[in-house]
Write a protein of this length. Structure first.
Length: 364
């Protein structure tokens, strides 16, 4: 990590934000779809998921990625002009664990179809990924039937997994669900026609050279997103990558939501990386005053959030100690509830300790 001091514009930043333990709560960013502030839970993997989803929720960005990675025979069939992001509220809670899931509705040769995109940013691939995708596809089909009860057909659902492993592990999970069925070769040949077949496309960012990735025919925003997801996590010196992406950052800034898009990128970089914020500020300064303002706003917001999270964490620890002193060892559900509580809830629970006779009277 560089030891150069912070530029005068922002004093010394108290972060590379990964080293800021108190900032483990949330990224907030403006949703393309709702124009509201979207909180992202504290699970570190969700920073990657949320970043990917926010960028790829814009159809132009999604189309550039999908047309690049799906087989040409598939892309030739898809009506890209009608690609539309869909709500996934119909998916059961058991199958709705990730912020990085995106479902698009489109048409394939004038027939209704869907494209499902999942960002996988885990240290190792899920060996049952094909089953996980099939479960999701069944949910999509059931939803379709619910809205078209007289139908006798199902729309195509094309699944794509975008994989980036922070540990560099290669993808080893089967790409076809048939490969998950435990059969010897002779038996497989005999019963093959009677077992399900479902293959998914894989964009393995982990195995793609950064220079090759930078030359993909993507929108500037999509290309920058994939490059940052590949290089930013834990990186103490992201400056060479930022300089490589300088033209893409400038193109993003010139777009209709340029400052917002830069804030989102800077938030991700500072949350998951370890690069000296002074170097990021210097890069933003090179891009111009709007980029500099986007950086300054982002850094100040993250600092404020870090302080708020630190205050909340202190209250959580104190409350858990008080609860244990009064009620004895706490059930895990109570610990989980307290740790997820808002400042207002923490204040209310603390105030109620003296009068509560049982833990369930205080925290249900």
């Amino acid at each position: 990590m560089s030891t150069r001091g912070a530029r005068p514009g922002l004093r010394a930043h108290p972060m590379s934000l990964r080293g800021l333990d108190s900032y483990s709560g949330m990224i907030t960013n403006v949703s393309v779809l709702t124009a509201t502030v979207v909180p992202v839970p504290a699970d570190p993997s969700n920073y990657h998921d949320a970043f990917f989803r926010e960028v790829m929720s814009t159809p132009a960005n999604a189309v550039s990625e999908l047309r690049t990675v799906l087989p040409e025979a598939v892309t030739a069939c898809v009506d890209w002009g009608c690609l539309e992001l869909q709500s996934t509220s119909f998916v059961t809670s058991e199958l709705r664990p990730r912020y990085g899931d995106l479902l698009f509705r489109t048409r394939v040769r004038d027939r209704p179809a869907y494209i499902y995109v999942l960002i996988e940013h885990q240290s190792r691939p899920d060996p049952l990924m094909a089953l996980r995708l099939l479960e999701y596809m069944i949910q999509v089909w059931n939803h379709h039937i619910g809205h078209n009860p007289a139908t006798g057909t199902l729309p195509a659902v094309i699944p794509l997994v975008v994989y980036q492993s922070p540990s560099g592990r290669r993808w080893t999970a089967p790409l076809d669900i048939a490969e998950l069925i435990d059969l010897d070769d002779a038996t497989r040949a005999a019963v093959g026609p009677y077992i399900p077949r479902m293959r998914y496309a894989l964009d393995n960012i982990t195995r793609i050279d950064l220079g090759v990735l930078a030359k993909r025919e993507l929108t500037s925003h999509a290309r920058t997103t994939l490059a940052l997801m590949k290089t930013a996590p834990g990186n103490p010196d992201l400056t060479p990558v930022l300089k490589m992406l300088r033209d893409d950052f400038r193109a993003m800034l010139a777009g209709p939501n340029g400052v917002r898009d830069l804030r989102l990128a800077f938030t991700y970089i500072m949350r998951v990386g370890e690069t000296d914020p002074a170097e990021i500020e210097e890069f933003a300064d090179e891009l111009g005053p709007d980029a500099k303002e986007a950086f300054m706003t982002t850094a100040e917001r993250l600092t404020a959030q870090a302080e708020a999270r630190g205050e909340a964490r202190g209250r959580v620890v104190a409350l858990l100690q008080l609860l244990t002193m009064k009620f004895g060892p706490l059930p895990q559900r109570v610990v989980d509830t307290v740790e997820a509580g808002t400042l207002e809830q923490l204040e209310s629970w603390t105030a109620g300790i003296l009068t509560a006779e049982h833990i369930d009277q205080l925290i249900s």
